[in-house]
Design a protein around this ligand. Structure first.
Ligand code: UD1
Length: 349
C-alpha cells in the first residue's frame, strides 16, 4: 500500500515535533512547514535521528503559511491525504499586547492554508485547538458540549478558527475536520532529545519549573494560593506530550471513517493536579528543590480546569497512558540534557 503523505504545519514546535516523530514511526510520509519564528530547525534534525530508518520520510520547508505562492508550490508537488495544523502564536500575555499580530498570524495563516487545501482537493484537517475555548468553566470535567468563550485574543483566534472550520464543513460536506482541544501539554520524549524550548521568559508552569531546576531562574512564582482547591493553588489537566502526539494519530485514523464531518475532542487525562502537586512531583523526579515565591492570582486564570475524556476514549479509541510522575521524569530528562533547549547559554535570556 502506498504511504500516505501528511502535511504538518508548525512541525518544528513542541507538540508538532513530537507528533511528527509518531507519524514517521507509524509509517506516514511527513512534510513539515514551519516559519521557525518560535521553533528551531534543530528539532527537525533531532526528530530525524529518533526516527532512524524512517527519517527519509520527513521533509522540511521553512515557509510562513501566509506565503500563499510558497504553500501552493508544496501542494503542487505532493498529494496530501490530510493536514495537521499546529502553526500559530500562543502566548496569552503577548496576544493582549499585540492582538493584530495574533489575528494576522493565526487567522490569515489558517485561512490561506484552508484555501490552498480546497484548491488542491485536500479536505481532511486535524486542528490544534485548546481548552482555552472553555474560558472559565463553571464546572468540571469540561465536556465538548460546554459553552465556548475566549478570554483573550489568543483564545479568540482558536475559537474563530474552530468556527471557520464549522462554517466550511457547513458549506461543503466533503470536508472532514477534527478539532482537538488540548489541556496542558507537558513532558518530553523519553529519549530527552526533543522537548519544549520557549523563547524568553516562559509563561507556562512546567517550562518555568524546568528553568528553575537547571539554575536559569531563581524561584517559581506561584500565582494564587487562595483558590477553592485542595491546597489553594490552581488545578489543571496536565497531559504527557507523547500521549497528545498519539492523539493526533488516532484523529488521523478517525478521518478515514466515512461518517466523520466536523468533530471536536478533548485531549486530556481527566485528572486535575494543583500547582503544588506538580512542583512536588517534579522535585521527586529531579531530586532538585524548587524555591517558591507566592503571589496573587494571575489575571484571567481559571480556578480548576480538567477534561472529560469520554468522547475521545469512545470515538478515537485513544486514552492517555502517562501520569504526572512520567511527565516530570521526562521533562527533567530533557531539561538536564538540554538546559538551554536547542540553543546555547548566549542565544537565550
Ligand atoms: C495557559 C493559558 C491558556 C493556554 C495554555 C497553553 C493563561 C491565562 N492561560 O493556561 O490560554 O491555552 O496556557 O498551554 O495564560 N502558574 C504558576 N506560576 C507560573 C506559571 C503558571 O503558578 O509561573 C500556575 C497558573 O496560575 C495555573 C497553572 O500554573 O494555575 C498552569 O498555568 P499555565 O501552565 O500557564 O497553563 P494555563 O493557565 O492552564
Amino acid at each position: 500500500m502506498a504511504q500516505k503523505n501528511i502535511l504538518v504545519t508548525g512541525g518544528a514546535g513542541y507538540i508538532g515535533s513530537h507528533t511528527v516523530l509518531q507519524l514517521l514511526l507509524g509509517g506516514f510520509n511527513t512534510v513539515v512547514v514551519d516559519n521557525l519564528d518560535n521553533s528551531s530547525a534543530v528539532a527537525i534534525e533531532r526528530v530525524k535521528e529518533l526516527a532512524a530508518d524512517f527519517a527519509h520520510n520527513l521533509s522540511f520547508h521553512k515557509v510562513d503559511l501566509r506565503d500563499k505562492p510558497a504553500l501552493e508550490q508544496i501542494f503542487a508537488s505532493t498529494k496530501f491525504e490530510a493536514v495537521i495544523h499546529f502553526a500559530g502564536l500562543k502566548a496569552v500575555g503577548e496576544s493582549v499586547q499585540k492582538p493584530l499580530l495574533y489575528h494576522n498570524n493565526n487567522l490569515i495563516g489558517t485561512i490561506t492554508l484552508l484555501e490552498v487545501m480546497a484548491a488542491h482537493g485536500c479536505k481532511k484537517l486535524v486542528f490544534s485547538s485548546s481548552a482555552t475555548v472553555y474560558g472559565w468553566p463553571k464546572e468540571v470535567p469540561c465536556t465538548e458540549e460546554f459553552p465556548l468563550f475566549a478570554a483573550n485574543p489568543y483564545g479568540r483566534t482558536k475559537l474563530f478558527i474552530e468556527e471557520i472550520c464549522r462554517d466550511i464543513y457547513g458549506s461543503d460536506s466533503e470536508w472532514k475536520i477534527i478539532l482537538l482541544r488540548y489541556f496542558n501539554p507537558v513532558g518530553a520524549h523519553p529519549s530527552g532529545h526533543i522537548g519544549e524550548d520557549p523563547r524568553g521568559i516562559p509563561n507556562n508552569l512546567m517550562p518555568f519549573v524546568q528553568q528553575v531546576a537547571v539554575g536559569r531562574r531563581p524561584a517559581l512564582t506561584v500565582y494564587g494560593t487562595d483558590y477553592s482547591t485542595k491546597d489553594g493553588t490552581g488545578v489543571r489537566d496536565y497531559i504527557h506530550v507523547v500521549d497528545l502526539a498519539d492523539g493526533h494519530i488516532a484523529a488521523l485514523r478517525k478521518l478515514d471513517e466515512p461518517t466523520v464531518g466536523c468533530e471536536v475532542y478533548n485531549l486530556g487525562t481527566g485528572k486535575g493536579t494543583s500547582v503544588l502537586e506538580m512542583v512536588a512531583a517534579f522535585e521527586k523526579a529531579s531530586g532538585k528543590k524548587i524555591p517558591l515565591v507566592t503571589s496573587g492570582r494571575r489575571p484571567g486564570d481559571a480556578e480548576i480546569v480538567y477534561a472529560s475524556t469520554d468522547k475521545a476514549e469512545k470515538e478515537l479509541k485513544w486514552k492517555a497512558k502517562y501520569g504526572i510522575d512520567e511527565m516530570c521524569r521526562d521533562q527533567w530528562n530533557w531539561a538536564s540534557k538540554n538546559p538551554y533547549g536547542y540553543g546555547s547559554p548566549d542565544s537565550t535570556d
